[in-house]
Each structure stands twice: as C-alpha cells, then as structure tokens.
Write a protein that binds this ligand. Structure first.
Ligand code: CA
Length: 229
C-alpha cells in the first residue's frame, strides 16, 4: 500500500483528501504545516506527497525547495493559482505534477497514480545502466553523478536529467519539445523551461552561451551535446 503524506492546513480540505485517498487504497499521513511536513519526510519518508502551497508557517514553494534538498520523493502540488509563471516556477522547483484547486477526488487519484508509476524505483535486479562517457564528461545514471574533466558537477535533479539525456543522444540535435516530453514528461511546458536549465548547466560546466564547448544550441531546431568539442 502506497503511503501519501497530505500537507494541508485547512481541516475541511484535509478531511476530504483523507477520505478520497483512503478510498483509493492509500495509507494517508498528514501534516498541517511546512516544517512538520519536512520533519515527517525526513523521519518516515512517504511514497508521495500532496503539498498545499498556502501554508501558515512557510511558503509552499520554499517547502518544495527544501523537500528537494533532502529527498527525491514525488511531490504533487495543489495550487489555487492557475498562473503560467507560477506553474513553471513549481515545476522548476521540483514538483512532479500539479493540480489547480478546486479539483475532483478522481482527478487527484489519477494524477497520483500516474506520478507513482513514473517514479517507481527501477527493479533492483535490472542491469545497472552503463556509465556514459562523452568527451571529458562522465555520467553515472545509477549514482546520479556527473564529472567534467575529473571534477564533480553539482547539479539539480532536472539539470542532471537533462545532461544525461543529451549525453545519451550525443551529437543529435534534440528539439526542445521532445526534451520536455521525454525528460520533463510534460510536453505542454514552455520551451523556455529547457533554456533555463540549459543556461544553468552551461554555467556549472564553465561554458558561455556565445562560445559553448559541449552544449550547442542549433537555432530554430534544438540542442545538442557534442562528443568532440
Ligand atoms: Ca492552505
């Protein structure tokens, strides 16, 4: 039975969420505030988190960032604001999906199931994926580490995913739409989301957009990581 941590300060909404989730076979734990949620995630990690953004003690976006600092647990954000920029911020901060309030119990359950399906840990018996070597870049998909010229790159989850994806498709121009679909699994996001992460990656890899070494932008087409810069 998957365990959901519901982070919600409103007792009426909380009770409704508990009922819906228990009805769909989840074990439900609750936290009323941001710090309480962080403590719960640290002490007895749930399988997935439903996070309300409007909490009394901390801003939900800050909670999300702090969660991402300590855990890869999938987070589905419940937001009252149906605002494009807000949603980009949430996804960039590490939300796996979001729901705009008010939402139905059925939609919540379906979204949770979808996020859990995507995030189910790989079968431990499966073959360990090989380390990717592209030029002086070394990427270990299992350990989720990346080294450039022997130096470890400190990357966010998405930056790592983007780099590993481009490395796995070295020397191919990857359209942003395809990257959003396959790395973010959210094809309806703005192309700009990819560019934000690309510039962060370039900075960390010591590259300039005007004179990139590995990460090339092919105008009007997409992005490629070149194997012999
Ligand atoms: Ca609230």
């Amino acid at each position: 039975m998957a365990c959901v941590l519901v982070v919600e300060d409103d007792p009426v909404i909380r009770a409704a969420l508990i009922e819906v989730l228990a009805g769909h076979g989840y074990a439900v734990k609750t936290a009323h505030q941001g710090f309480e949620a962080l403590r719960e995630i640290t002490q007895s990690p749930p399988d997935i988190v439903v996070l309300d953004l409007g909490l009394p003690d901390l801003d939900g976006l800050d909670v999300l960032r702090m969660v991402r600092g300590i855990s890869r647990v999938p987070v589905l954000v419940a937001t009252a604001r149906d605002d494009e920029n807000e949603i980009i911020r949430l996804l960039n901060a590490g939300a796996d999906d979001y729901l705009v309030k008010p939402f139905s119990g059925g939609q919540l359950a379906a979204r949770l199931a979808a996020v859990l399906r995507r995030s189910t840990p790989a079968d431990p018996r499966a073959v360990r994926p090989p380390e990717l070597r592209v030029g002086d870049l070394r990427i270990d998909p299992t350990a989720r580490t990346a080294h450039l010229d022997g130096r470890e790159l400190v990357l966010t989850r998405r930056e790592f995913d983007l780099l590993a994806y481009l490395a796995a498709h070295a020397d191919q121009v990857m359209p942003r739409r395809r990257i959003l679909n396959e790395v973010w699994r959210q094809p309806y996001l703005e192309d700009q989301t990819v560019d934000v992460h690309l510039s962060a990656l370039r900075r960390k890899m010591g590259e300039k957009a005007r004179k990139p070494r590995y990460l090339r932008t092919v105008r009007g087409i997409g992005i490629k990581l070149v194997s012999s810069p």
